[in-house]
Each structure stands twice: as structure tokens, then as C-alpha cells.
Ligand binder design. Sequence first.
Ligand code: ADP
Length: 216
Amino acid sequence: MIELQGITKSFSSLQVLKGIDLTIDKGEVVSIVGPSGAGKTTLLQIMGTLDKPDTGRILLNGTEINRLKERELAAFRNREIGFVFQFHQLLPEFTALENVTIPALIQGVSSGEARRRAVEMLEFMGLSERASHKPAELSGGEKQRVAVARALINHPSVVLADEPSGSLDTHNKEELHRLFFELRDKLGQTFVIVTHDEGLASQTDRTIHMLDGRIL
Ligand code: ADP
């Protein structure tokens, strides 16, 4: 599903990634752990095509990312990659349902079909009752589940999550983690999750330990 070969990245004189080779299979839930500053977020951003490596190749579902032009890359990213961040990043002026439809509308899906998919996704997340609520009217756990629904609306190859439960209390955290594994089991969804949560990391199929720009 994902293949990274020889990825390096520097920010001015600081080399943050020092040659990363990594393969992730379809249906795997992989966690990336390591101390602050190890390069985890930078690696995830590069995997998600939000940032470019200085050297190295990235293959995502058979497509070599480096070869795509900016417009093709934006469409590819919207279709193939779902993102979940620590802070939900939902648009405050739109309802939960509308937020979930957005990536599908960008993809050119009709509004009726986008709505149908969003209703189905929110139902899967146990949020049907909350569909017409705006983010400010939702709890932290609900907002994060709406963000997961939004990440999944285009049936992406992979969901990349950066500290997805970092701002949640224990109950909501455990509920969100359970959801990831349920999505893996029912839909074969692939996840790469940067986390400081040892409980989550211990449940994933594989844990990648990073230190100082390298995989240990
Ligand atoms: P982690 O996620 O493991 O905490 P990051 O990938 O966020 O690590 O950061 C790794 C290092 O790169 C840190 O020293 C950070 O300050 C630096 N860094 C990250 N992004 C940038 C940027 N856009 N510009 C300059 N330095 C950055």
C-alpha cells in the first residue's frame, strides 16, 4: 500500500529524516512512536504528500508520487489519503454532515451521493443523531469521530492520523481506538497513526520506533 525508499528531509541546516525505508501493507494498523522531535509528524506529512522529501521515492497504492504534477497530486491526495489530526479541524460554520461531505464534493461526487455516503459514515460512527449539529455543539469525542468519518468518505487507501486521541479523555480515547480497529476489521482500512499513547501502540499490528530521524 505504501512504500518509502531512502526518504530524507532537512529544514535549513537541521536534518529531520535521515534515510527512511518503510513498507506498509493493506489492512495494517501501524503506529509510529518516539520522543518529541524524532521526525514522526514530518514523516507522516511526507507520506500524506503534504510535504516533499529532499530525496527518496514514495509509492502509494502503486502510484509514484514524485511523478505527479501539483494538480494531479491534489486530486490524488483527496481521493487516496484520509487525514485525522489531533484537533479535529472541522469547519465551524458547517454541520457534522456537511463537514463529512466536503472531500467527496471536492472529488466531484454529486451532492446527493456525497450526502448518502456521509449519512452512512455518520451512522457507522454512531453519530446519526448529531448529523445536523455544528462542531461547537459536539463533544470532543464526537468531533473526532466526525473527523474520522470525513477522512473515510472517499474510501481512501490509507488514513494517516497524527495524535488523533491526544486531546481526548480516557473514555473517548478508548472509543476512538476501538473504532480504528473496527474499521480495519470491517472495511480492511489501513491506518498509520503517530501516537504517544502506549495503550494504542501496544494494540496495533506493528509499532515503528523513531529516534533522531531514523527508524530503530
Ligand atoms: P515529532 O513529530 O517526532 O515530534 P517533527 O517531525 O514534528 O517531530 O519535528 C522534527 C524536527 O523538525 C523538530 O526539531 C522540529 O522543530 C523540526 N521541524 C518540523 N517542521 C519544521 C518546519 N516546517 N520548519 C523547521 N523545522 C521544522
